[in-house]
Design a protein around this ligand. Sequence first.
Ligand code: BES
Ligand code: ZN
Ligand code: ZN
Length: 520
Amino acid sequence: MCDVSVVQGRVEQFHGRQPSADASWVPTYSGAMVSVSLSTSKPTTARAEALVLGIRSEDDHDVFAASLEAVGFTGEKGQVVTFPGGDLTPARVVVAVALPSEPTAEQLRRAAGEGVRAATKASATTVAVALHPADIDEVGAIAEGIELGAYKYDTYKSSGKGKGKKKAKKKDVELKSAVVLSPFARQIAATRAVERAATVARAVNAARDWTNTPPGDLRPPAFAEAIDAHAGETVKVAIWDEKRLAKERCGGILGVGAGSDAPPRLVSLTYDPPDAKGHLALVGKGITFDSGGLSIKPGSSMQTMKLDMAGAAAIAAATVAIAQLELPIKVTAFACIAENMPSGHALRPGDVLTLRNGSTVEILNTDAEGRLVLGDGLALAAEGKPDHIVDVATLTGACVVALGERTAGILGNDDDFRDQVFAASKTTGESMWPLPIVEEMKEKVNSSHVADLRQHNPKPAGGTLFAAAFLREFVGDTSWAHLDIAGPSFNDDSPRGYTPRGGTGIGVRTLVQIATELAG
Ligand code: BES
Ligand code: ZN
Ligand code: ZN
């Protein structure tokens, strides 16, 4: 009963009131995760409504051969076919997924995601997944693919009980449980891999939920409260309101938030285990809506600008996951949260702001707001003298032009650390690629006639590199990497692999991987 009324309550709130400037309701991740277990059963004996079956070219397809042929399965890359289980298996439906002969962990993750989505489309709520993992890491990758692929954002869909014309589309079927078939099923390491996958996937799905929440329902105070609620007791959380931000000289966050009637926030999260082997600082861009401010965006560019808090979502969710995994590393994270709106109070081109580290910044385009909130966050992070800082931000459209919509840019001031981040991204399957901060950007950033720094380069060439050169001014000597996730933070195409439509949660898994490696 609860579920339905809560969901409908949210729908009513959304349609029936003005978005609130305070945190009158807090979207929390429902945590409706698939429960994943392990079994040594064979595909022909596993009990579930659907069977996801990986078919490799060299397999003899034994009992399934005739059915595969009947539905035209050729094994072509990415092919997914569905047929009735009949008396071949206890499953009502079989989803066959083409696999290469030696799939990578990422290919298994994607196949698992694709497979469970096809299974839920066939109305299955339980699934057995037979993708032939070759080792325990692959068992973990399959579990991750299942939990990420089964994600659905339907908080604002009514349950189909509306009347007459307004009758809403029914919610999709949700996957409840999955069993991964593997000869390693009885090994304790396999169970641990599945548990780790669940913790990490829960973090990714929380970041996705926050990114998908309509921006009127996730204004800065509500987002800060949502992070606090998600963190629970696992990490220490402090929320700075606008008064505290002024006292702490966070002129960038205050300047960007000035145009909105929902005040800005800085949320810091601290996880400090007694056996910490190092200290990682994280900083995230948390613009709950980016209208561009007075340098207002054209309507078409504004449509998806609720995504502009995905960096803050990623660093907050990753910090909680790192703590839940009890990794022996200290993490301090800073979510820099504001709403970028035009109004009589808004920041103007020509204004000068003083950021946390005392640098003055000449504003030339209020749509280049991310670097201003991050300037405060990076300075705060550097004050704690961590071994490394990573910031995550939907920072520049130029990065989408350079690398496409599915790949994040990695920039920084330490080539070795940048390479380590790149390697971590390859392990997790989050697509990222290194970009340089070319030499000439330094003088451009320092070319203001009225302040220490210039916020915006009127020439668009190398926009991602200029933005990173600006951020570099705030980290001092600390080893730092910057992830520009403007492209891959949001998928407005159809779902693919384990990537749903909408918020993707990119960054979370690579941050957890970096922390895992730094923890030794
Ligand atoms: N939030 C945007 C960047 C963005 C663009 C994210 C597309 C996701 C998809 C950022 O604040 C912005 O508006 N950047 C400007 C900077 C410009 C004014 C220098 C841009 O990229 O156009
Ligand atoms: Zn902007
Ligand atoms: Zn922005």
